[in-house]
Write a protein that binds this ligand. Structure first.
Ligand SMILES: [Zn+2]
Length: 71
């Protein structure tokens, strides 16, 4: 039955697309909700304790950056 094959192919394709989107989201740079720096090896993130989003793991460096940034 070609219909079954088509349905399976469509399902597989949808799964592949969903996976690709997930991978893209993972690769996209996150920004710290406090100081706005991009996540990198130098500035690893963790979940902000107040639950407002991703923030620098190094809070001291983060606040220093925030204060230096002014805006
Ligand atoms: Zn930060």
């Amino acid at each position: 039955m070609s219909n079954e094959v088509d349905a399976k192919t469509a399902r597989e394709r949808a799964k592949a697309i969903a996976e690709q989107r997930r991978a893209e989201r993972r690769n996209r740079k996150r920004k710290c909700v406090v100081c706005g720096v991009e996540e990198s090896d130098k500035t690893p993130f963790h979940a902000h304790p107040e639950g407002i989003g991703p923030a620098c793991k190094d809070e001291v460096a983060c606040l220093t950056r925030k204060n230096a940034g002014g805006r």
